[in-house]
Design a protein around this ligand. Structure first.
Ligand code: PLP
Length: 390
């Protein structure tokens, strides 16, 4: 079956007695045993829930993994996976990383005796020099957030395999529609399903997909023991969103490509970041993914314009998320990446001129019109303030 068919058929055929097309929502937390030593396959909902299972089986098939696990958020998924590591272990991590992941690692897991090195994973020498005898894992985001740097997943995962490290890929930006890291050698994939998979800015969820039986059993134990599982209603809502993933991703990308063209030519814009803007990144991206996605970032020339620009937008919402049908714009400097120390933010290029745009599926003319208006208003009013000051 093709991926878009798998997506659409998700949850179908789950209720033999009624033939319900949409997966029923099983709210029951406890399941009656037919007899001593027997089970319907469901005992207690933290361990397994029929609605959540439909979602978990679907995402495992989509990513090409042995098993899928649905969690209460993307952070819950990452936290669960981190349970695979033990005190003393060291991990190598993508440099410009989702801010919440950085906070989880630095503020929480360092207290549990784990350590982390943040490395530009495009640089193999840097990876080798960051590696230590106690390195046990590598955590990859590609393209990165918010600078859209592309990591060669296959090469990094084969280095990890050679060294005996567990490789984990956060595939939130690409989704299995565009990129399937397990096919390139990754051991574990995580998602903030709150973003593109859910797709409508209305459900918080995370997913884990693991390779092979042994690893999947370890993740299953962690998922059940830590208990950060997804509720049945949210599992249903997520499946509802995922059915249209293929259509949405193509439209997000179509709009994003047109917006990069518009922004590239705009006099108030200094630089655009999208997986196509750097030639080396682009060729890696084209080899490991079937698209570029719907996320882009751009740097304006004058950071003083940003407040006016943000308040002049009418279609694009100034809000802190991504991946939904509605376009959202974020200021990573004070929002998503504020927890990363200023010195590191500057080093990786997350500066006070950078805006991140999650391109929605609105009509492109409305998006270009909105940005064009906001960039021009901010330019006029900046010059006015300067004049007034003079
Ligand atoms: C949002 C996000 C997360 C965290 O997911 P939540 O669902 O918000 O907990 C992790 N990684 C990336 C890349 C994200 O964008």
């Amino acid at each position: 079956m093709h991926p878009e068919t798998k997506l659409v058929q998700m949850g179908k055929g789950r209720c033999q007695s009624t033939g319900a097309i949409s997966c029923p929502v099983y709210h029951a937390t406890a399941y009656e045993h037919p007899a001593l030593g027997q089970s319907t396959g469901y005992d207690y909902t933290r361990t397994g829930n029929p609605t959540r299972h439909a979602l978990e089986e679907a995402i495992a098939a989509l990513e090409g993994g042995e098993a899928g696990f649905a969690c209460s958020s993307g952070m819950a998924a990452i936290q669960t996976v981190m349970g695979l590591f033990s005190v003393g272990d060291h991990l190598i991590v993508s440099l410009d990383l989702y801010g919440g992941t950085y906070r989880l690692f630095e503020e929480i897991f360092t207290r549990y005796g784990l350590s982390f090195s943040y490395v530009d994973l495009r640089d193999f020498e840097a990876i080798r020099s960051a590696s230590r005898p106690e390195t046990r894992g590598i955590f990859i985001e590609s393209p990165t957030n918010p600078l859209m740097r592309v990591t060669h997943i296959g090469k990094v995962c084969s280095l990890a395999k050679e060294k005996g490290w567990l490789s984990i890929v956060d595939n939130t930006f690409m989704t299995p529609w565009f990129q399937r890291p397990l096919e390139h050698g990754a051991d574990v994939v995580v998602h903030s399903a709150t973003k593109y998979l859910g797709g409508h800015n209305d459900v918080l969820a995370g997913l884990i997909i693991s390779r092979g039986r042994e690893l999947s059993q370890r993740v299953a134990t962690l998922h059940n023991s830590m208990g950060a599982v997804l509720g049945p209603q949210d599992a249903w809502l997520l499946m509802r969103g995922m059915k249209t993933l293929a259509l949405r991703m193509e439209k997000h990308q179509e709009n994003a490509l047109l917006l990069t063209q518009f922004l590239n030519g705009h006099p108030a814009v200094e630089r655009v970041y999208y997986p196509t803007t750097d030639t080396a990144d682009r060729s890696i991206q084209e080899n490991q993914a079937s698209g570029y996605g719907g996320m882009l970032s751009f740097r304006v020339k004058d950071p003083d314009r940003i407040p006016i620009l943000l308040s002049s937008l009418r279609v694009i919402a100034f809000a802190e998320s991504l991946g939904g049908v509605e376009s959202l714009i974020t200021y990573p400097w004070t929002q998503t990446h504020a927890d990363i120390p200023e010195e590191i933010r500057r080093k990786v290029g997350v500066c006070d001129k950078l805006l991140r745009l999650s391109v929605g599926i609105e009509n492109i003319e409305d998006l270009i019109g909105d940005l064009s208006h906001a960039l021009n208003v901010s330019r006029d009013s900046t010059s006015k303030t300067i004049k007034e000051r003079v």
